[in-house]
Write a protein of this length. Structure first.
Length: 51
């Protein structure tokens, strides 16, 4: 039996945005550290996507 957990995308986006700002990083800075595009980070923070 597998369990799935629904992630609240809006809450995750706010959380990610807060942590990024606490570090003083731009979306581009975070994207470079995660090897993704800054557009992906933007979508995460707006709650539009988690992938």
């Amino acid at each position: 039996m597998s369990e799935t957990t629904e992630v609240n995308r809006a809450a995750f986006g706010q959380f990610l945005n807060q942590l990024r700002r606490e570090k003083g990083w731009t979306q581009k800075d975070l994207a470079e550290r995660l090897y993704v595009s800054d557009k992906a980070v933007s979508k995460w923070e707006r709650g539009e996507s988690l992938t």
